[in-house]
Design a protein around this ligand. Sequence first.
Ligand SMILES: Nc1ncnc2c1ncn2[C@@H]1O[C@H](COP(=O)(O)OP(=O)(O)OP(=O)(O)O)[C@@H](O)[C@H]1O
Length: 782
Amino acid sequence: MAATSNKRPLPAKVAAMRDRKRQKLDLDAPSPQEGSTAAPAKPRKVHDLNKLAWRDVSLPDRLDNYEGFFGLEEIEDVVVTREPGSGKVSFVRHHADEATTDDLPEADDSVSAQEDDEEWSGFDDDDAVTAPPTVLKFTAPVVKASKQAKPEKKAKAKVKGQTDLEAKPKGSSKPAAVLQTLEATADEADVDMSAWLPLKLSPDTMAALAKLKFATPSKIQQSAIPPILAGHDVIGKASTGSGKTLAFGVPILEHYLDVRQSRTTDKAKAPIALILSPTRELAHQLNDHLTALCSNGVFEAPSMATVTGGLSVQKQQRQLQYADIIIGTPGRLWEVISAGKGLMNSIRQIQFLVIDEADRLLSEGNFKEVIEILTMLDKKDTDEDAAKEVEDVVATLNAISRQTLVFSATFDRGLQKKLSGKIKNGGALSSNKDTMEYLLGKLNFKEEIPQFIDANPISQMASGLKEGLIECAGPEKDLYLYSLLLLYRNARTLVFCNSISAVRRLNPFLQNLDLPVVALHSGMTQKARLRSVERFSQKGKEGGKTASIMVSTDVAARGLDIPAVQLVIHYHLPRAADMYVHRSGRTARAGQPGSSILICGPEEVGGVRRLVAKVHARSASTDDESTASARKQGYYIRTLDMDRRIVSRLRPRAQLAKKLADIGSAKEKGSKEDDFMRAAAEELGVDYDSEEFEKEAPGRHGRGAGRKKKEKVAREISKGEAGSMRAELRELLRQRVNVGVSEKYITSGTVDVDELLKQKEIGERKTGEFLGNAGGVGLEHL
Ligand SMILES: Nc1ncnc2c1ncn2[C@@H]1O[C@H](COP(=O)(O)OP(=O)(O)OP(=O)(O)O)[C@@H](O)[C@H]1O
């Protein structure tokens, strides 16, 4: 067995001493294999990895077929032990035919090898009996050095057997860097990567994937990576959470690894890839995802620039000059690059243009800038004047050398046919500017027909997703939302609304009910948006507040990959079938289970059923026999049944919480309006009295008059009144709620709701089960 290390080189004096010591031991301590009658050498325990007697790996004369390590060191017959109690790691040698540099003082020749031997703590058999150590076996060489590997020494070892290096051993004398390497190495080597071999990736990329513990490529990765590596344009469709990011991220990394040598000398280099994302959060997440892949590898990570609104333009322009990979939302990206001619020229040289969540890029105001960017990219002439006449430029298909990669979970059926048609019909796909086809028509693919890859022809919904709906009266949606959140209070939950105002209303409503909630909508500052996502993804600062519930508009519906979201609640019904797919796709990601529940008014149920059935029917997008039968079967989303009597016991809390939320928002709104009116009055040089103004204002019966009246009433509630309402709510939240006898779940006359909510399990029952039987959506374990 052998291991390698990134051990620092020994000073010459010390190295010479090590050699002398090796010679001495060779003479004095013949190994048992040599037939010596001497007692076998006692295993030695060493606490410092650097103090083991590492040997340089000799290089062969010719390097053509060499598959070992370059410039690394190795050691044999060492096992790593870890004391279960203290977690302390030591390295145990079983043969005395090699010394360790434990013997060697930091360049002090005067210390004899014999004295050094005494510094070793011997291997204690008793320890082994009372506390058997976890044994990690090091073998080498396992991970092969790539031809691009950095010259510096790097530990690379495969760990066999069980390992748990998550917790760092406390009080270890080992330098942190060595420990980190050890951990990273163990992480990598623990993973059997053979499933990736058919993709023929470089060892560097394989090691990076192993570090992420991605043992198997997902379907879309399996089918999209090879054609992209082969230089093709690809349109990729795969269900939500199925790893589309790395389907294009891995080929981009491979390309970077291929060309980076030539780039290191060129400071003002052109970027390799431009990735367009529909939302800021998704852009930042793409950055995080690709950074996680590329960082801590044995290669220098590509530099990435994320260009989204809400951050300084100047800073972004600077970042763009040195970026290998640019990720951005179209609006800000166009603002930043159109301001600098040099930037345009360099971005035109990209090898990959990625359109992520392509169908969404068309909508919600992105379209114009996407087209501007595409036109800019295709512009042949880079002359300064001509650059200003972007619209006049006609791209030449032949001139395109970059690959275009388009990804989404929701593409229209028949798109592929239409794409082929585009070519036959001389390029015109659709004149309807609001369609995906039109966008695709604008993309100058490198090839005549891009490869269309549908990784999930049967279903665009994630396979681990369970769906259900809850029917309630329209005005009771808040109450049912609260009840559902209590029922699944251990689940990380994303609640979707259709408007910013609903998010603004629900957030304080749920906070008043003591639920750990954050909000996300496009009206928030960028900083607040990122903070919300961080708190919800539990990635906030150590000890900072986290939240297991996020109430959001559809800004979070696409692409966001927040770990372990278990439940998606559609408080408002999604406006389109595609949005249902994307919203629900925030859970059940990467093969995990997850649930999606729609809260519907009675009048909405029919429409919802049709919408969900349509999504499932559309899933059967191809016409072969197996999918045809799936389509015929139809899909009927289940209705979840909650115990309405018990839900109604929660009504007083919900009502008070709602009132308090309304008061808060009416006051806030009122004071904003007041400020506005006061400023306007000041400008006009007149006095402003809000009450007088209210009395005199005409048209109090028009649209929104009822809401305004309610807001006025809420505004007029005094601080004292609001304070006593708060106290009342606190009391209700503390109180036992007598729910009467429920023949289904409750056997005694009274139930302490709070107690039920606090405890994970009451006898055989699980938290929240008293609320009724909303099971069947896969959350029963919570
Ligand atoms: N090969 C893999 N093995 C295990 N996990 C993976 C693999 N590839 C990606 N993942 C993980 O799967 C999750 C979903 O990946 P990703 O965000 O790329 O999905 P997506 O298909 O783009 O989803 P959406 O359509 O919602 O944007 C991520 O957390 C990612 O780290």
